[in-house]
Design a protein around this ligand. Structure first.
Ligand code: SF4
Length: 355
């Protein structure tokens, strides 16, 4: 039976340097392996060990877990984080008792139908506990494979993920599949680490493309950043004779919903103010634009100062909630962040003009 050179070297390394005495490696039943695999998602081995041991004392088998209340399961999960994992574990135990006579299913399709178990976790459970030949592709394995093959693409892309599954399948040996699964996970966790891979100690270094190219940490390739769109607006700082500024309450929905802000316009500011606010103004000056960044776009804001020419006839159009504020007194009301910044600049500007 042929074995890939990668698997051969990994197994030899594992015999000497792999981890053999983790609590879930003793008495490797599907239940014990399953619980460990779920706890180890996004959590390091050293953190998991004490939780795992306590969990096994309280819930030694799938029946004990299924019969417990969710509260009790989550109490034993407290501190591990990602509580959906604990809730799914509990739900899956109930499914195993109700639909599989309390026996962990041995068919990978059925295992994947249990709550909280994806393809890689299902493969890991069945290979580690039942020596079934299934590839795994958790975060550690993705890192090892993308580096070893210098895969030039983000693993979140479907095509790259498929390529990785094919490689994982190709490398997984027919025999000693449980040791191989543990070996490749151990390699990722102990040598081929995220930021400082110990390539000189690595058993697969001789044909690792990432190492040959001198840039192992360039893999896996990061998720491509989306270019953030840029929108522009003009914020109007409309002043009256008393150097009060006109603020407008934003509608309850949308950005800055319900906060006080400055009127915004595109195009001719004086004309817009007359049409929309019923005020006559003259344009005093424009300040350089500045950028405010939201999670999904940048807003380039150009502040424009305008002064009221006919304070006494001033009226504000119906349907808009507006108010005049002293530039320095608007701290007590809820303002959008860039507006607070602009009001502070305006105050300094006005104080400078009068001193
Ligand atoms: Fe990872 Fe380095 Fe080994 Fe390549 S040689 S698999 S980069 S540890």
């Amino acid at each position: 039976m042929t074995i890939s050179p990668v698997a051969e070297r990994l197994l030899r390394w594992f015999d000497q340097h792999g981890r053999h005495d983790l609590p879930w490696q003793q008495n490797q039943t599907p239940y014990r392996v399953w619980v460990s695999e779920i706890m180890l998602q996004q959590t390091q081995v050293s953190t998991v060990i004490p939780y795992y041991e306590k969990f096994m004392v309280r819930f030694p088998d799938v029946q004990a877990l299924a019969m417990a209340t969710q509260d009790e399961v989550l109490q034993h999960w407290a501190g591990l984080g990602y509580y959906a994992r604990g809730r799914n574990l509990h739900k899956a135990a109930q499914v195993i008792v109700a639909e599989h006579d309390g026996e962990f299913p041995q068919d990978i399709e059925r295992v994947q139908q249990l709550p909280g178990i994806g393809r890689s976790t299902a493969g890991a459970i069945l290979s580690l506990s039942s020596q079934q030949r299934h590839p795994i592709l958790d975060g550690n394995v993705k890192r090892v494979l993308t580096r070893h093959q210098a895969i030039d693409g983000w693993p979140g892309q479907t095509a790259i993920e498929q390529q990785l599954w094919q490689l994982a399948e190709q490398f997984t040996p027919q025999n000693r599949v449980n040791d191989y699964t543990q070996a490749i996970m151990d390699l990722g966790a102990t040598l081929c680490t995220r930021s400082k891979p110990a390539c000189l100690l690595c058993p697969v270094q001789s044909d690792c493309e990432g190492f040959k190219q001198g840039k192992p940490t360039a893999f896996p390739v990061s998720k491509p950043k989306k270019t953030t769109p840029v929108k522009t607006t003009t914020m109007l700082l409309i002043l009256n004779d008393a150097n009060e500024i006109l603020l407008e309450k934003r509608p309850p929905a949308g950005i800055w919903g319900g906060l006080w802000s400055l009127p915004e316009c595109d195009g001719d500011a004086a004309q817009w103010v007359e049409q929309q606010l019923g005020l006559n103004v003259i344009e005093e000056e424009c300040w350089p634009p500045f950028r405010h960044t939201f999670s999904h776009y940048h807003l380039d804001i150009t502040p424009q100062i305008l002064r009221l020419t006919n304070t006494h006839t001033a009226r504000v159009m119906e349907g808009r909630e507006t108010n005049w504020y002293k530039a320095g007194h608007a701290n007590n009301i809820g303002c959008a962040a860039p507006v607070t910044k602009l009001l502070a600049s305006l105050r300094q500007h006005l104080e400078g003009a009068t001193s």
